[in-house]
Design a protein around this ligand. Sequence first.
Ligand code: URA
Length: 436
Amino acid sequence: MGATPDAVSVIATKRDGHALSDEQIDWVIRAFTDGLVADEQMSALAMAILLRGMDRREVARWTAAMIATGERMDFADLRRDGRVLATVDKHSTGGVGDKITLPLAPLVASYGLAVPQLSGRGLGHTGGTLDKLEAIPGWRADVDVASMMAQLSAVGAVICAAGAGLAPADKKLYALRDVTGTVESIPLIASSIMSKKIAEGTGALVLDVKVGAGAFMKSLDDARALAQTMVELGTDAGVHTVALLTAMSIPLGRTAGNAIEVSESVEVLAGGGPPDVVELTLALAREMLLAGGVDADPAQNLANGRAMDSWRAMIAAQGGDPDAPLPQARESEVLTAEIDGVVGDLDAMAIGVAAWRLGAGRARQGEPVQAGAGVRWHVSPGDRVRRGDPLLTLLTDTPDRFADARAAAVGAVTVQADLDAPVEHGPLIIDRVTVG
Ligand code: URA
């Protein structure tokens, strides 16, 4: 056992390209959480990790050290009618128009599995699941552990705010990474996500790792490396973990915002909805059912109304009124096609930024969001349009936001004059990553 590490020597080890020892990792995570390592020192270490990377042992130890700073939940005793309930959760690395959790959690619950979906609020151009659900009148994100267990047992699905007690080191470190340009590090993203998911205590986990212009990971190689790292971390911690690599260069569905994404999710639960949202919901549901030991085709419960019943019960259990009209933005502005042609591309990032500037997202933690704000797109790649046809509708309660949102959105839809120019359509589900 060497001398107790100190912050400068830990930073220098990584700066010089060496692996951190278990002792260094345990010490620096604990000391940072306790306020003994200064923010500027942890920022320097995060930057060294971003530039130098971490090997498999280091990432596993870093994740375990972050878990050890907080509490762990345990669903082992979860029962319905005396039968033990298997738990299965899903996590998406975030994309524009990604409302999949909303139909997915009740759909999977309708097959008798328990889905404890501890979610976050949005920051920046990708929206947060809790912000979307808070558009439903009366719905509450804060659920204590006893109520969560009772809801999982009775309804099978809960989507709620993660308590501050899970991996507090990650909460502190993520806030720092957010303002120091150190979010985009594969080991740091993987350990951040998996520390919370492992501490949450789910038995199985399905990851949706996004790749493309609107995602954290712009290249397939990086997305695959992130997925592989997370699957290994989950598997090593005893959580049955698989990942799908899915496309995020064009946004999902037809809406990005809060209330408008809830409406689209309800359409899916009613057996309709945009084809890409349905495809991804079903692909992830298949993986979750498989991981939970259920042999069934999830399309059935979308068609027969059982998933909708679970949705209504889930919303009502958290104080929401599933029949209440959703808030609507007070103002709207439509952007139209300037030429006749064919839609070539929809820029997910530009649409996400426009929705955020309209008030659907927040620039700083804790800011309120507008329930009705967002962007609705009226076209998909390959659609023919005429000059003057609507392409995008911008929605907000505060019209002084239109100018900035328009600046982001104006080039978001590409219309090609040449009707015969090929429109590239890659697959939505790109690959499946498992251990081994
Ligand atoms: N989401 C997280 O929880 N952590 C990251 O580092 C990135 C996305």
